[in-house]
Design a protein around this ligand. Structure first.
Ligand code: CMC
Length: 428
């Protein structure tokens, strides 16, 4: 029996439930036996008070603005680590030795090519298809090409499919971009880093040598680190729910991509940059802040607010620094950065945003960097999906390896009609 208990009174009957402690963060009341004991469900739309699983990957303290992967603060990883090393950490629980990192990078590098027939999938899309539409389709289709790694009960299969997904995502995303331009696909060059290779596949053309700019490579890699995992967010929960039925990993990640696409989740960086461009100049900011505060206007400040962070998103801090680095390296002079900084300043000094604890999130500045590097806004969410694939596969693996794992099956508060008899159409 757990040391701590929570008491719930239903009518005049009292019930005790164990209180479980994690390594940090709030305790949880274990209500798994609630229905059996009381005949009641809990009601928590949007899961605002629900821990849906046990996980050892990522910890967020939203009040303090803390984000840890396997215990390591995101700021330290962004500063000192690489995306590949962070991926290894998330998948395996510990930072790799030099040799383990080499082996991991080598393994990922040797899975970057796509089955040649997958190229034909792209021709089925219109040239103006959103890259996320292509990503959903192509990633889901991987399961039709890699049958040899879809036995989810086999840890080796799970490992291979995880590596394949991480390795092929840059190729898939870059091809989606190339297709939209009508340019030839660029095959991977395994002599480059994960991120350098992605940049070359995206911006290179067969007729010319593509030179990776180290500052851009570093910034891009850092953006990938910042997006690698984020606890039980909507898309990760989608991956877990899809995976809980035993679906293959490629199908699960395709489900995650679909969820990430929404403007309240991964689509927010696209929406944030569009908003900043629409605002245009700092003098228009007060008008948009008033609109965001107006309950009758659906407009929200995109890149502001977060379900979990009620403080500055630690990823936004790193993003802001990265904007400066990229602007300097590429000699960019885009007024959008000044607009963003001024908007942040005005919003943070406004009672509405202060009282509701709305701060810039990771998406507020990421679009500015990606745009400076040369990505169109439609690619932003695809880049998020590329990086988050690491978190998705790590979370999916964690769930499948857990012997206590069961299918996710929420219940509901039913408010529809009670039972009634069918009436033939001529009598209605
Ligand atoms: N602008 C104006 N008002 C806002 C905003 C915003 N960006 N975000 C929240 N609010 C208000 C909201 O109207 C509500 O007011 P009231 O209590 O008077 O009804 C209050 O703040 C709480 O908002 P909520 O929607 O109940 O909060 P939530 O936790 O359900 O939603 C959110 C979080 C991220 C969906 C929301 O803040 C939002 O829509 N932000 C803009 C989109 C965005 O930037 N999303 C990226 C999230 S970070 C990337 C990721 O992890 O995927």
């Amino acid at each position: 029996m757990a040391d701590k208990q929570a008491k719930l009174n239903v009518g005049d009957q009292g019930f005790d439930f164990p209180v479980l402690e994690g390594s940090c963060g709030p305790d949880v009341v274990d209500i798994r036996k609630l229905y059996g004991q009381t005949g009641k469900f809990t009601f928590d739309p949007g899961y605002k008070s629900t821990a849906s699983c046990e996980s050892a990957l990522t910890y967020i303290d939203g009040q303090e603005g803390v984000l840890l992967h396997r215990g390591y603060p995101i700021g330290q990883l962004a500063e000192n680590s690489s995306f590949m090393e962070t991926a290894y950490l998330l998948l395996n629980g510990e930072l790799p030795s030099g040799q383990e990192l080499d082996t991991f990078e080598n393994t990922i590098t040797h899975h970057t090519m796509l089955h040649e027939q997958l190229r034909q999938f792209y021709q089925g899309f219109r040239r103006d298809a959103h890259p996320m539409a292509i990503m959903c389709g192509v990633v889901g289709a991987l399961s039709a090409f890699y049958h040899d790694s879809t036995d989810i009960s086999d840890p080796e299969h799970r490992k291979i499919s995880s590596h394949r997904l991480i390795a092929k995502m840059p190729t898939i995303a870059a091809m989606a971009y190339k297709y939209s331009l009508g340019q030839p696909f660029v095959y991977p060059d395994n002599s480059l880093s994960y991120t350098g290779n992605f940049l070359r596949m995206t911006f290179g053309v067969p007729a010319e040598e593509y030179e990776v700019i180290p500052e851009v490579e570093k910034a891009m890699d850092r953006i990938f680190i910042l997006h690698a995992d984020h606890e039980q967010n909507a898309s990760t929960s989608t991956v877990r729910l899809a995976g809980s039925s035993g679906a293959n990993p490629f199908a699960c990640i395709a489900a995650g991509i679909a969820c990430l696409w929404g403007p309240a989740h991964g689509g927010a960086n696209e929406a944030a940059l569009n908003m900043l461009r629409e605002i245009g100049t700092p003098d228009k900011i007060p008008h948009y802040i008033e609109r965001a505060k107006d309950k009758n206007d659906p407009f929200r400040l995109m890149g502001f607010g977060h379900r979990v962070y009620k403080n500055y998103d630690p990823r936004a801090t790193v993003m802001q620094e990265t904007v400066r680095e990229v602007f300097e390296a590429l000699k960019v002079d885009d007024p959008v950065f000044e607009t963003a900084m001024r908007l942040e300043e005005l919003a943070l000094n406004d009672d509405y945003f202060r009282e509701k604890k709305l701060f810039p999130n990771v998406d507020f500045y990421s679009g500015i960097i990606l745009s400076a590097i040369g990505f169109p806004t439609t690619m932003f969410t695809a880049l998020f999906a590329l990086a988050r694939t690491v978190g998705w596969v790590a979370q999916w693996n964690e769930m499948i390896s857990d012997p206590a794992q069961v299918i996710g099956r929420p219940r509901q508060l039913y408010t529809g009609p009670t039972q009634r008899d069918y009436i033939p159409v001529d009598k209605r």
